[in-house]
Design a protein around this ligand. Structure first.
Ligand SMILES: [Zn+2]
Length: 507
């Protein structure tokens, strides 16, 4: 036997594709040829595999070796094919019984010493294997728990090529994935910790219930960050599909915690304002890494001091916010990652950022206006809720005796409101009010009576509100009605929505 085939998986964005690793050994000059669009890392694989095979006590077959990765058209990145290449090669050389690997997917990077190293993206790779009907996988020990998260798969773990060889020869067992210790996920920060800021907490609740983007303006210390980091705590848990998707993205980014649990809480990402556009949307050579926007997929992306971000970075958010996907141009084509985020912006009202608020601001008016103008083009247009938070006074901190409602209490109201909205829009495919086109809300059967929208129309006529802003108020009014348990918004909900929309005194 001088031919063997082993399965591996290549990733395109977050989607895995089965790759057949073929090895053919023939008489001729002892050279190794790799074909099938390999990138630089794959060429390096040739050297790693040779050293690993020799250092695992095997003799290197002194024949002409061709390794081919199929399908050829699929771009293949990274070092995760090493183990499959070594296995196919040894099987082709007659050192391993090929039949034992007939329906097995083999993933892992090899060290020169023959140790098997972890690779990024094992979770989506294993998911792809299962989808293709290959339900047995051999993965690096460090990735074993992560692989076992995928339903319907048998995971075997290896720490070295030597162990894999012994297993395939029937001389040794592979390792079982370390047992799961599914404790409760660590409790995140709770809304009960936020004193005062009724408007801020309410705005957050409405944002969560309707899926609305949110902007908060206010002096340092007003609690903008405290509120933003508590938004995930009142959002519903991720369903199975979303949880797999979110966990897969963390796996590809290499930031998945080693306990190998499916992530059920909506993620939270808060990139610093000095972060590059690539850090936010993703990039890197070889196997592209998702950026903060994709790591926040199905969760919250918080931009603190938003006006301090580079304009180019803010511009880079625009397309993903529109489409829910990040597209990265690569030398071998385009990589896409999902990036449906709920955006939360916070900003000081002006560059001087006086902690005492507006009274002590020393900035000229034109500077104040210019400061926030940077946000208005790419981002503020898409944001439904704009709040101005006043700094907490000592009186508010001490007098406020009743504790703030907890995240669990608020989260229950959010869940009920989302259920109402979900039922209303189910036939049209929208999950939350923020996704409903404005024209739908302006037409029967959802159009509100003129008597209820009087103030809204007046604001539009006076130029206080744009046509887009008008639609945003309508969406907010529906969310407020959902939270109030009403089947339709009335004048009261519309007026409250105007407040949430125009709470930004800076425009
Ligand atoms: Zn100022």
């Amino acid at each position: 036997m001088s031919y063997a085939r082993v399965f591996a998986v290549g990733l395109l964005g977050v989607t895995g594709h089965i790759v057949e690793v073929e090895a053919d050994l023939s008489q001729g000059l002892p050279v190794v040829t790799l074909t099938g669009l390999p990138d630089t890392a794959l060429h390096e694989a040739r050297d790693r595999v040779r050293a690993a095979v020799v250092n695992s006590g095997q003799s290197w077959p002194n024949r002409r070796i061709t390794v081919n990765l199929l399908p050829a058209a699929l771009p293949k990145h990274g070092s995760g094919f090493d183990l499959a290449i070594a296995t196919a090669l040894l099987a082709g050389a007659g050192e391993l019984p090929v039949e034992a690997l007939d329906k097995v997917v083999v993933l892992g990077e090899l060290g020169l010493d023959g140790q098997v190293r972890a690779v990024r993206g094992v979770l989506p790779m294993v998911a792809a294997a299962v989808r293709a009907g290959l339900t047995e996988v051999i993965v690096p020990l460090a990735n074993a728990r992560e692989a076992a998260v995928v339903p319907g798969v048998t995971v075997r773990a290896v720490d070295s090529l030597r162990r894999l060889i012994a297993y395939v020869r029937g001389q040794d067992e592979l390792l079982e994935p370390p047992p799961h210790e599914p404790g409760p996920p660590p409790a995140g920060p709770d809304l009960a910790d936020v004193a005062g800021q009724e408007m801020g907490r309410y705005g957050l609740e409405v944002a969560a219930a309707g899926g609305h983007h949110l902007a908060m303006f206010g002096a340092p210390g007003a609690g903008k960050t405290m509120l933003a980091e508590r938004l995930p705590s009142i959002l519903p848990e991720l369903d199975d599909e979303a949880a797999l998707e979110v966990t897969a993205l963390q796996s590809i980014a290499g930031v998945l915690p080693p306990d190998g649990q499916l992530l059920r809480r909506p993620p939270y990402q808060a990139p610093h304002h000095t972060a590059s556009a690539a850090a936010i949307v993703g990039g890197g050579s070889g196997l592209a890494r998702p950026g903060a926007m994709s790591l926040a997929h199905r969760g919250v992306l918080f931009l603190d001091e938003a006006a301090e971000f580079l304009s180019a970075t803010l511009q880079a958010l625009r397309q993903p916010l529109e489409t829910g996907r990040v597209r990265l141009a690569r030398s071998q084509g385009t990589t896409e990652f999902p990036a449906q985020v709920q955006l939360v912006l916070a900003s000081n009202p002006c560059p001087c950022a006086s902690p005492a608020g507006d009274q002590h601001c020393t900035c000229p008016r034109v500077v104040r206006r210019r400061y926030l103008a940077k946000l208005s083009g790419p981002l503020l247009d898409r944001i439904d809720i704009r709040l101005t938070l006043a700094p907490l006074t000592a009186a508010q901190l001490t007098v406020s005796s009743a504790p703030s409602p907890s995240s669990a209490e608020v989260g229950a109201r959010v869940a009920a409101a989302r259920a109402a909205a979900g039922a209303r829009w189910a036939a049209d495919g929208w999950r939350v009010n923020a996704g409903v086109p404005g024209q739908v809300l302006r037409r029967p059967p959802w159009r509100l009576p003129a008597s209820d929208t009087a103030v809204l129309r007046e604001s539009l006529d006076k130029g206080l509100l744009s046509a887009r802003g008008y639609d945003r108020v309508l969406r907010l009014a529906w969310t407020i009605a959902d939270l109030d348990g009403r089947t339709r918004p009335t004048r009261a909900e519309v007026n409250e929505a105007i407040q949430l929309r125009m709470g930004d005194r800076n425009g």
